[in-house]
Design a protein around this ligand. Structure first.
Ligand code: 6MZ
Length: 366
């Protein structure tokens, strides 16, 4: 049987000299931070009383905010997505937008939330996300989507324990759709030690761990504890490489375990945890050959998409099309889905490579 597979995923001008198309995947995307302006308008039309303007939920090109202001934006967005039907709608829209950007494999993450005003429970929240994923599958979208439940640091150890229980439950009932946990939220709130017990329990149950680590400076003690688990992937890790104190030992730990880093260039520049694209820690890890995965973080809030992140990395770090291809191909090793899914994706990438490097061909049969 032949399936027509669209390969024209993204046309990129690399320093104006060549054009290539490549396949991409996204491993660090927070659902509520990924809502586009178009979807936001749909939601706002249903809730005019809220009087939330576009600029309150998006940081446009050239603008920056403090990380604290970014978290205020998430709080604002949470006031708009209060019902299971909102969560279902945003899940579907976010997946469709990633698919339209050429993303073939997506690990979406979100914090289960209860809303007393609408009767939304955390279980209903997760169900709505999974229904959104299933609906996209039924529509035949060419994107494989998995889900990670997020633990918001603000909730502390008790909420974390509940989230792990919920994740274990959905892990058992939803086969390969629910793969793991994310530890995120305002990095200046709480301490990683409060989550160690829950996270190791999750690990023992077979859930994968993607943990935000060293997103802000001076978190060496927490970082050492979390790395001891060890996590399966690290979100940001922006200050692992800072010259201060013990960080060299922390870098060694990450390197020894070859823990992949999820790196989000626009997010870090707009959220001001990195002074510029050129100074982004992508450069450090890429040069030493450590596994790195380019991601969007919050494509809605930071007004970006995954193609844009690849453009930025290629332009800033002078990557050749072959290097960009390898970056994308190698990151398949870091996905949380089973080895058979990895093998399938690797085969797909290899099969498409010759076509993708030819600027004239835009589709292939397989
Ligand atoms: C840490 C972040 C984040 O879960 O409601 N989140 N946590 N660092 C970041 N860097 C900017 N960006 C997003 O999506 C929004 C939530 O994701 C986490 C925060 O907990 C935020 O409230 P969900 O779908």
């Amino acid at each position: 049987m032949f399936i027509k597979l669209k390969v024209l995923l993204s046309t990129v001008n690399f320093r104006g000299t060549s054009v290539m198309q490549f396949l991409i995947r996204e491993l660090h995307a927070h659902l509520n931070g990924s809502i586009s302006s178009v979807t936001m308008k749909k939601l706002m039309a249903q809730k005019p009383d809220l009087e939330i303007q576009n600029e309150m939920t998006v940081i446009d090109k050239g603008q920056k905010r403090t990380l604290e202001e970014c978290f205020q934006m998430f709080h604002m967005i949470h006031q708009i997505t209060t019902r299971p039907e909102d969560i279902f709608l945003v899940t579907k829209d976010v997946i469709k937008e990633f698919a339209a950007d050429g993303v073939k494999y997506l690990e979406l993450r979100s914090t289960p939330r209860e809303e007393k005003t609408t009767g939304m429970t955390k279980r209903k929240y997760v169900e709505a996300v999974l229904q959104g994923i299933s609906a996209c599958k039924e529509e035949g979208l060419d994107i494989d989507v998995r889900f990670l439940l997020s633990i918001d640091r603000r909730g502390g150890p008790v909420v974390a324990k509940d989230t792990v229980k919920l994740a274990e439950e959905f892990f058992l009932s939803h086969g390969e759709m629910v793969l793991g946990l994310d530890l995120s939220g305002d990095p200046t709130v709480g301490h990683g030690k409060d989550f160690l017990e829950s996270l190791s329990e999750a690990r023992q149950s077979g859930l994968k761990l993607a943990l935000h680590i060293s997103e802000v400076p001076n978190q060496e003690e927490e970082t050492r504890l979390l790395l001891g688990l060890p996590p399966d992937r690290i979100g940001h890790g922006s200050f692992l490489t800072s010259a201060a104190g013990d960080s060299c030992e922390l870098v060694q730990l990450v390197r020894q375990h070859r823990i992949p880093l999820e790196l989000c260039l626009t997010s870090n520049v707009k959220g001001q945890t990195t002074p510029s694209y050129k100074q982004h820690h992508f450069g450090y890890w890429y040069i030493i050959g450590h596994p790195v995965v380019l991601c969007t973080d919050d494509k809605g809030v930071f007004a970006t998409d995954l193609s844009e992140e690849y453009h930025l990395a290629a332009d800033t770090f002078n990557l050749t099309p072959e290097q960009v291809w390898n970056l994308s191909y190698e990151s398949i090793n870091s996905i949380f889905a089973s080895s058979s899914i990895k093998l399938n994706l690797q085969a797909k990438w290899k099969k498409l490579k010759p076509t993708i490097f030819s600027p004239t061909v835009s589709s292939v049969s397989c």
